[in-house]
Design a protein around this ligand. Structure first.
Ligand SMILES: Nc1nc2c(c(=O)[nH]1)N[C@H]1C(S)=C(S)[C@@H](COP(=O)(O)OP(=O)(O)OC[C@H]3O[C@@H](n4cnc5c(=O)[nH]c(N)nc54)[C@H](O)[C@@H]3O)O[C@H]1N2
Ligand SMILES: Nc1nc2c(c(=O)[nH]1)N[C@H]1C(S)=C(S)[C@@H](COP(=O)(O)OP(=O)(O)OC[C@H]3O[C@@H](n4cnc5c(=O)[nH]c(N)nc54)[C@H](O)[C@@H]3O)O[C@H]1N2
Ligand SMILES: [Mo]
Length: 750
C-alpha cells in the first residue's frame, strides 16, 4: 500500500454548506466506489419507508419523505459499506500486524470489508482464517475461564440495531456482568445525565415538527453542515416559517451561516438561505457562563414564565438567588455584555425556543452543569412541552439512542426485574464499567477479555497509548466489525475479527428476509430493511453472531436459535420487557412510532417530586495559562468518527491532509509561530505526564482567541484518561490544555 503524504493545502473556508458541490461529492462517493448500479440502487433506498435506515446519523426522517432523504454524509457512509475492497485472508497473509500498525486510520479503512472470520493466534504476527464454529468456541472458552464475569468487557458502538443490542446486553447480563461500556460514554452521556436529573428523562423533548415551527433555534456546540446535513433542510424550513437562528460556536462553521439546499432550485442556483441571524463566537468551555448570563438577563427583564415555574418546577428561588460575576462571564466566554444581551433579547422575544447541541457541549469537564444551565433558561421561559419549543441534544450514531433504550448501559436498566423474569436469569445490580473505567481495568489487568460490537475502541477512546496498550494486554480481543480499523491491529494476545453485515445488506434467515429496528434522535422507532447483496457469503448478521455466542456460552435456556431464525421473536421479548414497546411488531410498519416522553407529551416530569428541577451550578472556568491554549478535537468533513473517507475538509478550506491545527491569527503571532509552520502539541494536566501529538501544520483561522482545534482521532493521544466530565465520566475531548512547540526536526523530516 502506498503511504499518503499528509501535506495539507489550505485555502479560505467556505461560507455555505452543501449546494451543488455537496451533491456532486456525495454522488461521486456513491457512484465511484461500489460501481454505478449498486451505488445508485443503494442511494434510492436510504431512509425510504421500505428501505434501510441511513447509517450516517441519528437525525430523524420527515413523515413525508422526499425521493432523496440522504445527504453527502449518508452517501459516504453507504459507499463505505458497499466498497469493493476486501480485507480477505490473502490481504492478511500479505500484511503482518506489525506492518499494519504503521498504517494511518485512513489507510486501514481503505483495505475495505472483512470477508471471513480471522484469528491472530498467540505469538503470531498474522491473522489467519478460522471457521465460525472454532471462533465461537475460543470466545466461550476464554469467557468461561475467567475468575469473575466482571473481567470481561462488552463494548458497543452506535450502529447496532435494537434487536442485536437487546440480545447483546442479555448475553452480558445473563453471563453475569454489567460491563457494557459504549460510545455514548464518550458522546452524549453528559446530556443524558443533565436531562435525567432535571427533567426526569435523558432524551430530547422535541419532534421534527417542533423544529419546523420554532420561533428561535439556538444551535450550540454543533456543526450540522458536516455532521447532520439533513438537519439543514429542517433549519431551512424553520427559517421559511419565520424562525430566527442563533449560532454559538468558537468557529464560524459553514453550515451554520448559510445553506444552499441541493434539493431545491433555489439552493442549486441561487444564493441559498441565510441561516444564522446571530453568531456568538464563544470561547471553548464558556457556555455555562454564557447561559447563566442569559438566564440572569432574562430574569432582570422579567421575561419569565411565572405560572409554569410555580406549577411545574422546583428550585427556582435558589437558582435565581445566584450572583453573576460579569468579569468572570466575559473572561469565560470571550464575549461582551452587549453581545450576550443581543442573545438574551432573542430568547425574550421568541414565543417558542429550541436549543440544539452536540459534542461542543458534552465533551468538557463542566458539561453536565453547562447543559443544566441550558435547562434553566428553557424552564425559565416555560419552553418545554410546547409546540416549537424544547431541548434537543442531537445524537451522533444512527442508533446510539436506541442502543441505550435496549439496555446498552453499564448501569442495570430500570426494567432489570422484567428482564430477569422474562428469561429466568439473575442479573447483578452493581454497575459495571463505563468506557474510561474499562480502559483502567484493562490497563491494571482487571479486565482480560474485550468484545467490541462495532466501533473502533483503539482509536475512538482517550489517551490512545494507554488504551491501545490495554487492549494488547488482554488475553482475548474480539472485534465484531464491517471494515478494517486500528482496533484489529492493537490485538490482544489472542485476537478474533468476526465480520458482520452492514445495515444496507440483505439479512436472510430461516424465516426469510429480516428487518431490524432503530430509534432516531427524536425517539422515533422504525424498521430498516437491508437491500444489497452482502459483501461476502461468509458474513453473519450481528443478531446471529450474538445468538451463536450465547448458545455456545450459555446453552439454550435462552432460545438463541429461535431469535436468529426470526427477529420477530426478539421484538416479542422486547415488547414484554422494555416500557413503551407494547405491540412493537405492528407499530413498526410504515413510518414507525414515537416513544413516550412525559415532558414533551404532557408537560409532566418523572422526577422524585414530579417537577422539573432548576439547578444552582457553581461556575468554575478551566484556567489556561497565557502561554498555553485550549484544544478541541473535532470532525473533518471527510470522516465518520474514526473512519476517514478522504483527506479534505472542504468547508474549512483544507485539502489533502489532516495534521492541521486551527489557530487564531493573533494567537499564532503571540506564540511566536507562523502560518504554515509545523508544530508538536503537548497536552498538560495535573498528572504531569506530557502527552504528545506531533507534526501539525499551523492554520490561521477564525476561531475564538485562546482556543485551537485539530482532528479526532489524531488528537486522542492528548486526552488524559483521568480527565473526564464531572458527573458523566466523558473524556474531555474538547478541553485539553496544550502547549505548542515547533516540530522536533527529526519528526518534520519524516
Ligand atoms: N460526516 C459525519 N457525520 C457525523 C459524524 C462524523 O464523524 N462525520 N459523527 C457522528 C457522531 S457519533 C456525532 S456524536 C455527531 C457529532 O457532531 P458534532 O458535535 O457537530 O461534531 P464535532 O465535529 O465534534 O463538532 C463539535 C462542534 O462544537 C464546536 N465546539 C467545540 N467546543 C465548543 C464549546 O466549548 N462551545 C461551543 N458552543 N461550541 C464548541 C466545534 O467548533 C464544532 O463546531 O456527528 C455524527 N455525524
Ligand atoms: N478526541 C475525540 N474522541 C472522540 C470524539 C471526539 O469528538 N474527539 N467523539 C466521540 C464520539 S461522539 C463517539 S460516538 C465515539 C465513536 O466511537 P466508535 O463508535 O467506537 O467509533 P467509530 O469510528 O464510529 O467506529 C467505526 C467502526 O465501526 C465498524 N462498523 C461500522 N458499521 C458497523 C456495523 O453496522 N456493525 C458493526 N458491528 N460494526 C460496524 C467499522 O469496523 C468501523 O471501523 O468516539 C468518541 N471519541
Ligand atoms: Mo457520537
Amino acid at each position: 500500500m502506498a503511504h499518503h503524504e499528509d501535506d495539507p493545502e489550505v485555502s479560505a473556508p467556505a461560507k455555505d454548506a452543501a449546494g451543488v458541490q455537496g451533491v456532486w461529492t456525495g454522488m461521486r462517493y456513491a457512484l465511484g466506489k461500489p460501481g454505478v448500479a449498486r451505488g445508485s440502487r443503494a442511494m434510492l433506498r436510504i431512509n425510504q419507508v421500505d428501505g434501510f435506515d441511513c447509517p450516517g446519523c441519528a437525525w430523524p426522517e420527515p413523515a413525508q419523505r422526499g425521493h432523496f432523504e440522504f445527504c453527502e454524509n449518508g452517501a459516504k457512509a453507504v459507499a463505505e459499506e458497499a466498497t469493493k475492497h476486501r480485507a480477505d485472508p490473502a490481504f492478511f497473509a500479505q500484511h503482518s500486524l506489525s506492518e499494519l500498525a504503521t498504517w494511518t486510520d485512513y489507510e486501514l479503512g481503505r483495505a475495505g470489508r472483512i470477508s471471513q472470520p480471522m484469528v491472530r493466534r498467540e505469538g503470531s504476527d498474522h491473522y489467519e482464517a478460522i471457521s465460525w464454529g472454532d471462533a465461537f468456541a475460543i470466545v466461550a472458552d476464554n469467557l468461561r475461564r475467567l475468575d469473575d464475569p466482571n473481567e470481561a468487557l462488552f463494548y458497543t458502538s452506535g450502529r447496532t440495531s435494537n434487536e442485536a443490542a437487546f440480545l447483546y446486553q442479555l448475553l452480558a447480563r445473563a453471563y453475569g456482568t454489567n460491563n457494557l461500556p459504549d460510545c455514548s460514554n464518550m458522546c452524549h452521556e453528559s446530556s443524558s445525565v443533565a436531562l435525567s436529573e432535571t427533567i426526569g428523562i435523558g432524551k430530547g423533548s422535541v419532534t421534527l415538527d417542533d423544529i419546523h415551527n420554532a420561533g428561535l433555534l439556538v444551535i450550540v456546540g454543533q456543526n450540522p453542515g458536516t455532521n447532520h446535513p439533513r438537519m439543514l433542510t429542517a433549519l431551512e424550513k424553520a427559517k421559511r416559517n419565520g424562525a430566527q437562528i442563533l449560532a454559538i460556536n468558537p468557529m464560524p462553521e459553514a453550515g451554520l451561516l448559510n445553506f444552499k439546499n441541493p434539493q431545491t432550485p433555489r439552493g442549486v442556483i441561487g444564493g441559498g438561505t441565510h441561516l444564522a441571524d446571530a453568531f456568538l463566537p464563544v470561547r471553548m468551555g464558556g457556555d455555562q457562563a454564557l447561559f447563566a448570563a442569559i438566564g440572569a438577563l432574562l430574569r432582570e427583564r422579567g421575561a419569565v414564565d411565572h405560572e409554569f415555574i410555580a406549577h411545574s418546577t422546583t428550585g427556582y428561588d435558589e437558582y435565581a438567588a445566584g450572583q453573576l460575576d460579569w468579569d468572570q462571564v466575559t473572561k469565560a466566554t470571550g464575549l461582551t455584555r452587549e453581545e450576550i444581551s443581543v442573545a438574551a433579547d432573542m430568547f425574550a422575544d421568541s414565543p417558542a425556543t429550541i436549543v440544539c447541541w452536540a459534542m461542543g457541549l458534552t465533551q468538557h469537564r463542566d458539561s453536565v452543569p453547562t447543559i443544566k444551565e441550558i435547562v434553566n433558561v428553557q424552564l425559565l421561559r416555560g419552553m418545554i412541552g410546547l409546540p416549537g419549543a424544547g431541548l434537543c441534544p442531537v445524537r451522533g450514531h444512527s442508533n446510539v439512542q436506541g442502543d441505550r433504550t435496549m439496555g446498552i448501559w453499564e448501569v442495570p436498566p430500570p426494567w432489570t426485574d422484567a428482564l430477569e423474569r422474562e428469561f429466568d436469569i439473575s442479573v447483578p445490580r452493581e454497575p459495571g464499567f463505563h468506557t474510561v473505567d474499562a480502559i483502567r481495568a484493562m490497563r491494571d489487568g482487571r479486565a482480560k477479555v474485550f468484545i467490541g460490537m462495532g466501533g473502533n475502541f483503539a482509536s475512538s477512546s482517550p489517551d490512545s497509548e494507554v488504551t491501545q496498550a490495554g487492549l494488547q494486554q488482554c488475553e482475548l480481543t474480539v472485534q465484531i466489525s464491517t471494515t478494517l480499523n486500528r482496533s484489529h491491529v492493537t490485538a490482544g494476545r489472542t485476537a478474533l475479527i468476526l465480520p458482520t453485515k452492514g445495515r444496507t445488506e440483505r439479512d436472510t434467515q430461516a424465516a426469510g428476509d429480516q428487518v431490524v429496528t432503530v430509534e432516531d434522535s427524536m425517539s422515533c422507532v422504525h424498521a430498516s430493511r437491508g437491500r444489497l447483496e452482502p459483501a461476502s457469503p461468509f458474513l453473519l448478521s450481528e443478531v446471529a453472531i450474538v445468538s451463536r455466542l450465547g448458545h455456545e456460552l450459555l446453552g439454550d435456556h435462552i432460545p438463541w436459535r429461535i431469535f436468529t431464525e426470526d427477529y420477530r421473536s426478539i421484538r416479542e421479548r422486547i415488547a414484554r420487557v422494555v416500557p413503551g414497546f407494547a405491540d412493537y411488531e405492528r407499530r413498526i410498519r410504515g413510518i414507525g412510532f414515537t416513544l413516550p416522553h412525559p415532558p414533551r407529551d404532557t408537560r409532566s416530569f418523572d422526577t422524585t417530586d414530579g417537577k422539573a428541577h432548576f439547578t444552582a451550578n457553581t461556575l468554575s472556568v478551566i484556567d489556561v495559562p497565557d502561554d498555553r491554549l485550549l484544544l478541541q478535537s473535532l470532525r473533518s468533513h471527510d470522516q465518520y468518527n474514526t473512519t476517514i473517507y478522504g483527506l479534505d475538509d472542504r468547508y474549512r478550506g483544507i485539502k489533502q491532509g489532516r495534521r492541521v491545527v486551527f489557530m487564531h491569527p493573533d494567537d499564532v503571532a503571540a506564540h511566536g509561530l507562523t502560518d504554515g509552520q509545523r508544530v508538536d502539541l503537548i497536552s498538560e494536566w495535573k498528572d504531569r505526564v506530557d502527552r504528545r501529538a506531533e507534526n501539525f501544520r499551523v492554520v490561521s483561522y477564525p476561531i475564538a482567541r485562546g482556543c485551537v482545534a485539530t482532528y479526532f482521532p489524531e488528537a486522542n493521544a492528548l486526552v488524559p484518561l483521568d480527565h473526564t466530565a464531572k458527573g458523566s465520566h466523558t473524556p474531555v475531548s474538547k478541553s485539553v490544555v496544550v502547549r505548542v512547540e515547533p516540530a522536533a526536526v527529526e519528526v518534520a523530516a519524516r
